[in-house]
Ligand binder design. Structure first.
Ligand SMILES: [Zn+2]
Length: 171
């Protein structure tokens, strides 16, 4: 028993439950309102999860797929400025190698170089972990809506995808 949600933007069924990404979504979740994401058009929206058939709306794991990359990045926050290499990237965050000393919960403004002659991709992120493997960043709100990040992720996750970093994601 339960009802099935469809995407309010493209009307397709098969929307996935998404992870909480902001205080607003956290507060909404207390009222049984959860974030969902449409895999067809990437639209994210909030909807009530009461009486929902959970088996037809599994948690979205795709956004946490890690894409191995080698991208130059620079970052700044407060008085700290640094640079490094992005080792892997997902819609949720990235892991970088850097000589710069950072601490958990520091917030930085990241600038990722996606390619020669291209504007760097800019996202705000918080340090989640610092280890020998690298510095783990979690992107702050807005990264999901970043069309270039989405296009980059889609182009790398799905090799059959024709999208490049410059193409706008089809709405
Ligand atoms: Zn949709």
């Amino acid at each position: 028993m339960g009802h099935t949600l469809s995407c309010p933007r493209c009307q397709k069924e098969g929307v996935l439950r998404s992870h909480l990404q902001s205080l607003r979504e956290y507060l909404a979740s207390l009222l049984f309102v959860s974030p969902f994401r449409c895999p067809a058009c990437s639209h994210r929206f909030l909807a009530s999860r009461l009486w929902l058939d959970h088996s037809t709306h599994p948690i979205d794991r795709r956004q946490h797929l890690r894409i191995p990359v080698r991208l130059y990045l620079s970052f700044s926050g407060g008085k700290v400025r640094g640079e490094g290499t992005v080792l892997d990237l997902s819609m949720g965050g990235c892991v970088i190698k850097s000589e710069t000393q950072v601490h958990t919960d520091d917030i930085f403004y990241l600038q990722l170089s996606l390619g020669e002659g291209e504007q760097p991709l800019e996202v705000a992120a918080i340090v989640r972990s610092v280890s020998a493997r690298g510095i783990g960043f979690k992107f702050l709100r807005g990264a999901q809506e970043n069309k270039r990040l989405l296009a980059f992720a889609q182009a790398h996750v799905d090799p059959s995808s024709k999208s490049s970093f410059n193409t706008t994601v089809a709405a």
